[in-house]
Design a protein around this ligand. Structure first.
Ligand code: BES
Ligand code: ZN
Ligand code: ZN
Length: 504
């Protein structure tokens, strides 16, 4: 069960000035010329007899975005080395670029085999020390993430940074840096948890494993947990969840994790698709790339991670995390195309494809969430290949029935850099789901595939404000982005945490 270890890097805050601080490496940032050097770099430059300004004047360091230049100080400074990292054009700077720069610098330092570095934080470009520290730490930690748990050979070649020291000057600045550091760490911890669960293979990350992980989080954070077995789900009437679960030897688990900060707080239901492996079932998928379908529990992983972070950040909410978890496999016991299922809502569904299993397990989970009378329901799911075709692998498909809630998500999205794009859910789309035999079918034609997934789910949320995030694209990627290595990404985690932090 325990292939997930905590991160090893230690990050702390110290009072000190960069030009006086002794360390293996001092990290400093610069914009493209003609911008003057930022304050910490200026004082280092002064102490170093104009070495850095000469370098930039000569054009040997251009300050281009993510450019990294390693310099040896040869005793001119207490720091052994300086790493200059470019921030690009000053007018184009934002925290997303800042996270990227922190990551790129961190990867450079790690890959150089350097174990320790210091970095002075001083407010600039209208961003406080707390904001800069939080985004720096997030970008750094997210960027140096590696999943090596199952590698047994040449483990000594794995490089890791051991220690990072954030330097502040005045007491209030040091306090702000400390606050930002802790928030950044908590959020990154959550993203690490989600990534580990997604990267973990499906023979390890089974529904039982997810349930155990949820129990551990509940225990560590004083949350309520309830894990329904398939038999109990059946007794409750969850015909859709049970149908998907019954084809597998691995027992399905319907996981309900509850975080409650106090009485009278807003209840929000977070629902995550937890298919630990999606073979397609009887409507089996082509074998090419099928190994990727271990990431089909990314929604559940994001929900689990968000609850952990919400608790550690003491966010004032009652959050209900609902994670239906099961494999989707073909077998003599599997559900079949043509089967008619009775969902927990009472509505019946004709199964056309057993590969459209996500919407089935989510339908029962959404109905289940109604018993908590939530102010809002947000579901996350690697729901449709069509969404990836429409938006690419770096964008979340955004659907919902409530403009205000959608706007909140869009706002959080613009802050965290997790791009999300809205699709319509017009009533006309229901036409595609008409069934001769049941209330509706589980797939339409090929048209509007991502929307049809959303319109199906909408049948189960009644009038409650609801948003559906299709994370099929960004949940795991095969080409790295500035602070997202390839593999499981933890998509949706930072977005949800930001949404909750800004809720009021
Ligand atoms: N888990 C898949 C969706 C998916 C596809 C995620 C590619 C990530 C990458 C989902 O269960 C599925 O198979 N959906 C079908 C729906 C179709 C049968 C209507 C799909 O997208 O093909
Ligand atoms: Zn499927
Ligand atoms: Zn699936």
């Amino acid at each position: 069960m325990n292939f997930m270890k905590g991160k090893t890097m230690e990050i702390r805050v110290e009072k000190g000035r960069p030009e006086k601080f002794s360390c293996e490496l001092l990290l400093l940032f610069a914009f493209e010329p003609p911008e003057p050097l930022e304050a910490p770099l200026q004082s280092v430059d002064l102490e170093w007899k104009g070495f850095v300004s000469t370098l930039t004047k000569q054009g040997d360091f251009k300050g281009e975005l993510f450019e990294c230049r390693l310099l040896h100080t040869q005793g001119a400074l207490p720091a052994q080395r300086v790493l200059l990292t470019g921030l690009g054009k000053k007018g184009e700077f934002d925290l997303e670029k800042w996270r990227g720069a922190a990551s790129k610098a961190g990867q450079f330092i790690r890959n150089s085999g350097i174990k320790q570095f210091a970095f002075p934080i001083k407010s600039f470009e209208g961003h406080s020390e707390a904001e800069l520290a939080e985004s720096f730490v997030s970008g750094l930690l997210l960027g140096v993430y590696q999943f090596n748990e199952f590698k047994t050979l040449e483990r000594d070649k794995i490089k890791e940074i051991g220690e990072v020291i954030l330097l502040g000057e005045k007491a209030n600045e040091i306090k702000l840096i400390g606050d930002g550091l802790r928030t950044g760490q908590t959020i990154s911890d959550a993203v690490y948890l989600a990534r580990d669960l997604v990267n973990g293979p499906s023979n390890q990350v089974t529904p039982t494993f997810l349930a155990e992980k949820a129990k551990q989080i509940a225990k560590d954070h004083g949350m309520e947990i309830q894990v329904l077995e398939v038999g109990q789900a059946e007794a409750l009437g969850m015909g859709a969840f049970v149908a998907v679960a019954k084809g597998s030897q691995e027992p399905g688990k319907f996981i309900v994790l509850e975080y409650n900060k106090g009485k009278g707080l807003d209840t929000i239901a977070l629902v995550g698709k937890g298919i630990t492996f999606d073979s397609g079932g009887i409507s089996i998928k082509p074998s090419e790339n099928m190994e990727r379908m271990k990431d089909d529990m990314s929604g559940a992983a994001a929900v689990l991670a968000t609850l952990q972070a919400a608790s550690r950040l003491n966010l004032p909410f009652h959050l209900v995390g609902i994670m239906p978890a099961t494999e989707n496999l073909p077998s003599g016991k599997a559900y079949k195309p043509g089967d008619i299922l009775k969902t927990l809502s009472g509505q019946t569904v004709e199964v056309i494809s057993t590969d459209a299993e996500g919407r089935l397990i989510l339908s029962d989970a959404l109905t289940y969430s109604l018993r908590y009378q939530p102010k809002a329901i947000i579901d996350l799911a690697t729901l449709t290949g069509a969404c990836v075709i429409a938006l690419g692998d770096f964008v979340i498909g955004l659907f919902g029935n409530d403009d205000a809630l959608l706007k909140r998500i869009e706002e959080a999205s613009s802050k965290t850099g997790e791009k999300a794009w809205r699709f319509p859910l017009w009533d006309e789309y229901f036409e595609y789901l008409k069934s001769d035999a049941a209330d509706f079918r589980n797939v339409g034609t090929r048209a509007a595939g991502a929307i049809i997934g959303g319109i199906f789910l909408r049948k189960f949320v009644e009038k409650i404000p609801w948003v559906h995030l299709d994370i099929a694209g960004p949940a795991s990627i095969d080409k790295e982005r500035p602070y997202i290595p390839k593999g499981g990404t933890g998509a949706g985690v930072r977005l949800l945490i930001q949404l909750l932090r800004d809720w009021k």
